[in-house]
Design a protein around this ligand. Structure first.
Ligand code: SF4
Length: 300
């Protein structure tokens, strides 16, 4: 049952982080129009199970008026709302309050702030700290997101065979992270990756929407396009087994995707997402409707 919709308001961002699985950057362009957002909201009502709407990017605060008005409408429609930001705008705590106060007045339910070394060199005096302090002072509900450079640790929990290396830091090995952050990390045989560890592709609880119309089940893995058919219809008719990428993933993970399409591959990969992402990249011209947009794969 789909309960959450996350708008990727834009792929544009003031930063270009090594770990970004969307390849967001200052060069990326485009956002929704307000009328497009309203069309989506009408579709959310038709779906009937949506409870919360998030605004992310890229960096959604680059489109502040649109984000603000969208949150206002969503709240008025009875949805819980949230935003995810890197807090680039929080140049001091006082200024951060200026940016956050209008959102607090709207009653935004959650603000998630990236607070890590990828986004901010000095964590103690970073914009993220200003934003977190401002949110606390305004009485807003907030949280921080911390992702660190990959580290190698020994597996200790029972999910991991004891002594096997575990990669810490929380980086998802998709998008730019595959290009930038793999060096020196331990790898495992591709045949071990027999399930998708993070997404419920059969019964997704939340999806991301971008301004090109793509409904992302995972970054760059599309359920369909909302500018081609109504969102409510695509969601209602979605069947993972008949989706050419999700079907194999549900029935045997990235390793099954390799076998299904007989993809040339290496012997070892860092994790399931690393293998999945590269197999999808190899299939992008065969399934352009489902593996999109190309910029999420670092392609033009
Ligand atoms: S990259 Fe593939 S394996 Fe990883 S979460 Fe996404 S769909 Fe699942």
């Amino acid at each position: 049952m789909l309960t959450g919709i996350h708008f990727l308001l834009s792929y544009k961002c003031d930063s270009e982080c090594d770990h970004c699985f969307l390849y967001s950057s200052p060069q990326a362009k485009g956002t929704f129009t307000l009328d497009q957002i309203k069309i989506v909201f009408d579709e959310l009502v038709k779906i009937g199970t949506i409870e919360c709407v998030y605004f992310e990017g890229g960096e959604p605060f680059l489109f502040y008026p649109l984000m603000h008005e969208s949150i206002r409408i969503a709240n008025a429609m009875g949805f819980r709302t949230g935003v995810v930001t890197n807090a680039y705008w929080a140049t001091s705590q006082g200024d951060a309050e200026l940016w956050l106060k209008p959102l607090e007045e709207l009653g935004v339910s959650d603000i998630s702030i990236s607070d890590d070394g990828f986004h901010h060199e000095n964590k103690e005096t970073s914009p993220a700290k200003h934003a977190l302090n401002a949110a606390r002072k305004l009485g807003m509900s907030y949280g921080s997101i911390g992702i660190d450079k990959p580290t190698v640790e020994e597996g200790i929990d029972k999910e991991q065979a004891k002594g096997k290396p575990v990669i810490g830091g929380g980086v998802m090995f998709r998008g730019r992270a595959v290009e930038k952050l793999l060096e020196g990390l331990p790898r495992r045989p591709w045949t071990e990756f027999t399930e998708c560890p993070y997404e419920d592709l059969e019964n997704p609880k939340r999806v991301h929407l971008d301004a090109y119309g793509n409904i992302h089940l995972c970054q760059g893995l599309s359920m369909g396009n909302i500018w081609d058919a109504p969102l409510s219809k695509i969601v209602t008719q979605y069947d993972a087994d008949s989706h050419p990428i999700c079907g194999p993933l549900v029935n045997g993970g990235p390793a099954n995707l390799v076998r299904k399409y007989d993809i040339k591959h290496e012997d070892k990969y860092v994790d399931a997402c690393h293998l999945c992402y590269l197999v999808r990249l190899a299939l992008i011209d065969r399934f352009p409707q489902y593996l999109t947009p190309r910029l999420v794969y670092g392609l033009s």
